[in-house]
Design a protein around this ligand. Structure first.
Ligand code: NAP
Length: 235
């Protein structure tokens, strides 16, 4: 299978790319700024390629997807993983911070789904997995823009699943728990302590376990429009 994992230079995306790659799939390791890290990930996956795109640019995204299909003639799995977060109380959140969050976490997956979906419709198969968050379902103090972007991604998932199901394209969302990736570490001690306190298993989420689940899901057929909560916090 040809698999494109957005934001696979680091963190969860890296774990997904490595897990999919270890199953012999053809992997696109995608990055924006972390070129060296992306090349390191690719060096661990035989036959993989490294591609750069800013997910907030519809033009960049379309060119990347077109290039993948021109090289490998198909695209089977799209994992919309690239994302950002920034903490601030709603009344102190600037328009530019809000826009950046929505552009990255919601417009990015929309651009990728539109670009890859066209090819998947022609080949009459495909699986799109969107990485959303517990915050997108429950909301979280200090994360209004992040929560809004991740809630929007769930709406995008369900609607894309409805529109693309007749073409044998599955679209699902996954909610990982709190992971100690760069994003999780940079959120600060208070958020880290709180995440474990809230977890019913009193643990952080492990990116490798989340990646294993995503590999399994990507190989299924007939499961679509669903939101899978892998978070130790009960929804
Ligand atoms: N960490 C958590 O606790 C947690 C919990 C729930 C959900 N999530 C979600 O899981 C996903 C992965 O998070 P993570 O923790 O692995 O984050 P991370 O370690 O900060 O990595 C973020 C990745 O996204 C890429 N990225 C960011 N902005 C981009 C842009 N404009 N264009 C292209 N790529 C961009 C980065 O690429 P470069 O470095 O190359 O720029 C990087 O590869 C995100 O969607 C996040 O919201 C995370």
């Amino acid at each position: 299978m040809v698999c494109l994992v957005t934001g696979s230079s680091r963190g969860l995306g890296k774990a997904i790319a490595l897990a999919m790659g270890s199953r012999g799939h053809q992997i696109v390791v995608h990055y924006k700024n972390s070129r060296k890290e992306a090349e390191d990930v690719s060096s661990m996956i035989p036959g993989s390629i490294v591609m750069k795109a800013d997910v907030t640019s519809a033009t960049d995204v379309k060119s990347l997807v077109d290039e993948v299909v021109s090289r490998w003639k198909r695209i089977d799995v799209l994992i919309n993983n690239a994302g950002i977060t920034k903490e601030s109380l709603l009344i102190r959140t600037s328009e530019s911070d809000f826009d950046e969050m929505i552009n990255t976490n919601l417009s990015g997956p929309f651009f990728f789904t539109r670009a890859a979906g066209r090819y998947m419709m022609k080949q009459k198969s495909g699986h799109i997995i969107n990485i959303s968050s517990y915050a997108g379902v429950k909301g979280k103090e200090g994360l209004s823009s992040y929560s809004a972007s991740k809630a929007g991604l769930i709406g995008l998932t369900k609607t894309a699943a409805r529109e693309l199901g007749r073409y044998n394209i599955m679209v699902n969302a996954v909610l990982p728990g709190y992971m100690l990736t760069d994003m999780g570490v940079e959120a600060g001690d208070k958020a880290k302590v709180f995440a474990v306190q809230e977890s019913i298993v009193k643990k952080y989420s492990n990116p490798d376990s989340v990646a294993e689940f995503i590999c399994y899901l990507a190989g299924t057929s007939g499961i679509s429009g669903q939101v899978f909560n892998l978070d130790g916090r009960v929804l």
